[in-house]
Design a protein around this ligand. Structure first.
Ligand SMILES: O=C(O)CCC(=O)C(=O)O
Length: 100
């Protein structure tokens, strides 16, 4: 849920069906096309108050760089259906700023 829009940028971009459900493999050619700019991702019109529901493990997604003074503020809600699974180090650092 986006709580505050930044002055500029911070656009949510995505590519549908980049990875099949329950498959850890990645379409490296697709990722390369997106990163090189050859394939343009779709952009979502996300405004303050918008909620985006996405199965992030199946769809490539990113946010364009944020510019200006006003930060982009959002609440990310997630769930895990398997008991005992914890966030990996990268994700803990990203969301909480620390690993322990
Ligand atoms: O910043 C966002 O809008 C999306 C965040 C997200 O999907 C993620 O961190 O995986």
């Amino acid at each position: 849920m986006l709580l505050q829009e930044p002055d500029e940028g911070g656009i949510f971009e995505y590519v549908r069906q980049a990875r099949p459900a329950n498959d850890a493999s990645e379409d490296a050619a697709l990722v390369k096309r997106v990163l090189s700019g050859e394939q343009k991702p779709e952009q979502a019109n996300v405004r303050a108050g918008s909620v985006v529901l996405i199965r992030g493990n199946e769809h490539l997604h990113r946010v364009t760089p944020v510019h200006g003074v006003l930060p982009r503020v959002l609440a990310v809600l997630s769930y895990e259906s398997t008991p005992g699974v914890t966030l990996n180090e990268y994700t803990r650092l990203k969301f909480f700023g620390r690993c322990s």
